[in-house]
Design a protein around this ligand. Structure first.
Ligand code: M6R
Length: 608
């Protein structure tokens, strides 16, 4: 978590860095700060709260200079106060060194005690502050030597950037476990935790690997390993445009990303279909030989993985396990030679999923990354990559990446089935027709559900809890609908397999509890209707998700969210989740919540 940025070039560094922080705020937004080099001094500006608080401070206390570093924070060690804001500094009297850091220094306690014994006075509760203090002590005029001397002392994961008061225009940065990118523009270099923060200044980017150190100015960029071996930087063109990371006419990134789903799904289909045929992704694998798949993921990606299991079981008759990455990495899982590990991650940077990938690789298992960010660490470390092509997802609540993951998993399951001779040509054709019909169905469903969704949000936005029920493919939808409501509207919500409801949670039902029953016209329809009746019989309030013309649903529910029926029932969850995304959005709006920056969260969970 946390976002870091750096700039050296002809422009005003504070302006470049504020824009970069705006683009990184999805990584944390509880406080922000920057340090600018000017006339042999380090000028610090820091503010608790949103980046706007930092901009306001800069208006009142402007700072000049063309080189600096900046940080947007998601607190781990120490509350989000100004004292804990980055940059942190080191130096005997006035600051000689300033550092911004993303990650966790696990041995910070021991280092802090050691430095305090030497006379250093700490002004924050952060783990980070030991870094500038150590570097300042090691510095005798050679910045690289000082950073290199400190690196072996740091345990944990980090990406940090450092400036020195007497080194104008120069920034050093190191990576061990947290992402770090270098952007190149016209007579300027930048650094950031993610590509959008390099825009619009940089046109090219290179990615630091773990164990690498960069030393740059406006005109030079030298990369070496921590041990000092030179690394040839490979700059590639930045493909995303500044527009893709702007909100446009929408009031939030979440609203924009929900609306983008038809286009996102079409783009994904284009990448995986050639006319009426599936295009096999180049994974360097013999899919025919895969008999066991383990999906690893967190949060929303884990919900997509649950659907992936269903698709693979149904279509390819492959044995599938789904594991939450933070659990898998601490187990001692049994996995044989015919096991394929699929890591699902929008960002490709989630710490637990990345650790699981590394663990699987250490067991010599093939690992495929299903990722949106193709330049991410998981994409680079996996043996094969299935990209989502969803475009930058900036809202903290994952929406378009989720539906893209689900469709990608459906296509993958078809591919495995085909490789195993379990998909006839006729079935392939039918599946492709069904998949190709989806983007329009998504567009129509979003439009048709909007009125009822707003009506339900008016009725239930004050409810302090909501239950979501679904069966089989709609159980992950229930989990995902509940997660959306929790994370952006702060409503306690649970998703439950509807058949389990009687085994305890039904005790929650009162006339104050909205229960969302996901009842499309599928094989579980009758059973779901029974669940719905049981809620009604206990005076519960019902939101049904299903066929808009279904009289039963209308009679039994307070509100029906109408969804279309796909040509392949397996694809239904891509449609049923849509009104639930919009429901969470509207409830959050009515509760005055910031949907793009919900409290306590960050988009990429890059720490354990
Ligand atoms: O980038 P990833 O897909 O690995 O992220 C996993 C979760 O952190 C993420 O899905 C999270 O649960 C979202 N906030 C859900 O909206």
């Amino acid at each position: 978590m946390c976002g870091i940025a750096g700039y050296s070039g002809p422009k005003n560094a504070d302006q470049v860095l504020i824009l970069a922080l705006e683009r990184l705020k999805y990584r944390g937004y509880d406080s922000a700060g920057l340090a600018i080099l000017h006339q042999g001094e380090i000028h610090l500006r820091r503010a608790a709260g949103k980046i706007k608080a930092l901009s306001d401070k800069l208006e009142s206390f402007p700072v000049a200079g063309h080189c600096g570093i900046a940080h947007t924070r998601w607190a781990t060690h120490g509350a989000p106060t100004e004292a804990n804001c980055h940059p942190h500094v080191g130096g005997p009297d006035v600051p000689t060194v300033a550092v911004v850091h993303n990650g966790i220094i696990e041995n910070h306690d021991a280092l802090r005690r050691e430095l305090q014994a030497l006379g250093d006075v700490f002004s924050s509760e952060t783990d980070t502050e030991v870094i500038p203090k150590l570097i300042a002590r090691a510095y005798t005029g050679d910045p690289e030597a000082a950073v290199r001397a400190v690196l072996p002392r740091l345990e944990g994961s980090f990406a940090f950037a450092v400036i020195f008061a007497d080194q104008p225009g120069r920034i050093l940065a190191a990576r061990q476990g947290s992402p770090l990118l270098i952007g190149r523009g016209k007579k300027e270099y930048l650094l950031a935790s993610d590509v959008p923060a390099l825009l619009p200044h940089a046109t090219e980017v290179t990615y630091l690997n773990d164990g690498e150190l960069v030393d740059f100015t406006a005109e030079t960029c030298v990369i070496t390993t921590f041990a000092g071996t030179p690394v040839e930087p490979k700059f590639t063109r930045i493909e995303i445009t500044a527009d893709a990371v702007e909100m446009g006419d929408f009031d939030s990134f979440m609203a924009k990303e929900i609306a983008e789903q038809p286009v996102v799904l079409s783009r994904l289909l284009e990448s995986r279909l050639a006319g009426d045929r599936l295009v096999e992704p180049d994974l360097g694998l013999d899919l025919k030989a895969v008999n066991h798949i383990v999906f690893l993921a967190c949060g929303t990606s884990w919900h997509a993985a649950l659907l992936g299991k269903r698709f693979l079981e149904q279509l390819a008759r492959v044995h599938v396990e789904v594991d939450i990455s933070s659990e898998y990495r601490y187990r001692n899982p049994v996995a044989g030679g015919d096991t394929l590990v699929v890591a699902i991650s929008q960002s490709g940077e989630t710490a637990d999923t990345l650790a699981s990938v590394r663990m699987a690789k250490a067991k010599f298992l093939p690992v495929v990354g299903l990722v949106n960010v193709v330049t991410s660490t998981i994409a680079r470390e996996a043996s094969g990559v299935m990209p989502l092509f969803a475009g930058p997802e900036i809202g903290v609540a994952s929406t378009k990446a989720y539906t893209a993951q689900v469709l990608a998993l459906y296509l993958f399951a078809l591919q495995v089935a085909k490789a195993k001779g379990l998909l006839s040509r006729e079935e392939e054709l039918k599946a492709i027709v069904a998949a190709r019909a989806l983007p329009d169905q998504v567009r129509r469903t979003l439009a048709a559900a909007e009125g009822p969704v707003q009506e339900a949000a008016d009725l239930f936005s004050a409810a302090e809890a909501t239950v979501f029920l679904g069966r089989l493919g709609e159980h992950p939808t229930a989990l995902e609908g509940a997660l959306k409501l929790k994370e952006i509207a702060y409503v306690h919500a649970i998703g439950y397999p509807a058949g389990e409801f009687k085994h305890g949670p039904i005790a929650l039902v009162t006339q104050h509890l909205p229960v969302v029953c996901i009842c499309p016209q599928d094989a579980m329809y009758e059973k779901m209707l029974s669940n719905l009746q049981e809620v009604k019989a206990r005076s519960g309030r019902v939101i049904a998700v299903g066929d808009g013309n279904d009289r039963h649903l209308q009679d039994l529910s307070d509100v029906v969210f109408p969804v279309e029926t796909p040509l392949d029932p397996l694809l239904q969850p891509i449609l049923t989740i849509l009104p639930l995304q919009r429901y969470a959005y509207h409830v959050a709006m009515r509760r005055d919540c910031n949907v793009d920056q919900p409290r306590n969260l960050a988009k990429s969970v890059t720490v354990e």
